[in-house]
Design a binder for this molecule. Structure first.
Ligand code: PLP
Length: 361
């Protein structure tokens, strides 16, 4: 299982106060069970503790639960050899979260608070033994089975029933442990007829509502034997936009690495931007532009998707209108593997962090 609700004991909750124009911050500690004690427990005892940790005293009926006015972030902290943890480019998540809240017309959470709370979050949970330690074994498979802390900051509205925008939102930071994201054994993708994002819509916001269509489309793809689903643009039904919750790259036979250009229908992924920079540093020509599914079918030699959850995941083929287009004889390509090694190595501290992206706690 990729994600589970093995939640960490300490969470952060802040709420905006419009009267003082400030955020009231607090720390919720569900219990003081040290990680070593938890591991020694039997499963039912452990699950009872996890269940308690997933309960927050927050209003149930509100703009988030009723009308999906909510947004979130996915951010990882990676264990380092020296015992510290590195949050990867958290200022980018802070900025995107700010933009998402603004996009939902809520008072936006200041990036400085986001960064400060994220670091303090790691410290407080670490005191209770909840941070994974670096394991040199991970280097053997290039960190594909490595542990990390998955942090999930999200916005949650105040109690409300009439339709409206949130004026006193909460911001919560919690975390779970993670393992590898894609559980399926194949890496086939299929183009869906469903539309994830429309022009002038919310596709660029990391908001809950975008996940309705992508979850349905991904389920349909999985039921049909694929791992991933690919969305085309809403108007021309021609250009590739994204995977279900990840950005997409095509390495063409002419040596050009193409990823769809940002706009209001594409989520500005932080892994996407990191991969663009890594590839350019290798001297590869990277182009952010529209790319049609026809061009992909005829010119692409290697395809992969990117996101915090998986890093880089190779795509062996894309099926479109019933025809399967296979890339690189169905095996992960050299470029994707090299960029993944660079990304993971940087995150786990075995490759020099030339861009200064790791924030050590
Ligand atoms: C979060 C997300 C991504 C990936 O963004 P990262 O910052 O790389 O994790 C891509 N597409 C969608 C729709 C997303 O929600």
């Amino acid at each position: 299982m990729a994600f589970n609700l093995a939640m960490y004991p300490v969470s952060y909750v802040a709420q905006y106060n419009p009267e003082t124009d400030s955020w009231n911050e607090s720390w919720i500690q569900a219990d003081s069970v040290h990680y070593d004690e938890l591991v020694a427990m039997d499963e039912s005892e452990r699950n009872a503790i996890y269940a308690k940790r997933n309960r927050f005293d927050l209003p149930l009926v509100n703009y988030t639960t009723q009308y999906a006015l909510g947004c979130f972030e996915g951010m990882k902290a990676y264990p380092q050899k020296d015992g510290s943890l590195s949050i990867f480019r958290p200022e980018k998540n802070a900025e995107r979260f700010y933009n998402s809240m603004k996009g939902l017309k809520a008072p936006a959470f200041p990036p400085e608070l986001y960064l400060k709370a994220s670091k303090e979050f790691i410290r407080r949970n670490r005191e209770l033994g909840y941070m994974p330690a670096y394991d040199a074994e991970w280097e053997k498979d290039n960190f594909s089975s490595a542990s990390a802390v998955y942090m999930r900051p999200f916005m949650y509205s105040e109690g409300a029933i009439g339709i409206g925008v949130s004026r006193e939102p909460y911001v919560i930071i919690c975390a779970t442990t993670v393992s590898s994201y894609f559980k399926s054994t194949n890496s086939k993708a299929v183009v869906t007829d469903r539309i994830r994002a429309t022009p002038n819509g919310t596709g660029w916001i990391k908001c809950a509502s975008n996940y309705v269509v992508s979850t349905l489309a991904k389920k349909e793809a999985e039921d049909a034997g694929y791992m991933e689903v690919i969305f085309l643009d809403a108007t021309k039904r021609k250009y590739v936009e994204e995977g279900s919750s990840c950005n997409i790259f095509f390495y063409l036979k002419n040596g050009e690495l193409v990823t769809p250009e940002l706009g209001d229908t594409i989520l500005p992924g932080i892994t996407r931007s990191s991969i663009i920079e890594f590839a350019r540093a290798e001297g590869i020509k990277v182009t952010e532009r529209k790319i049609s599914i026809l061009e992909v079918a005829s010119k692409c030699r290697e395809c992969f998707v990117t996101g915090t959850a998986a890093g880089i995941s190779s795509i062996e083929s894309i099926t479109w209108k019933g025809k399967e287009h296979v890339f690189n004889n169905r095996v992960p390509g050299e470029l994707g593997k090299r960029l993944q090694a660079r990304l993971k190595g940087t995150q786990y501290g075995t490759v020099e962090d030339v861009n200064g992206w790791n924030v050590l706690v």
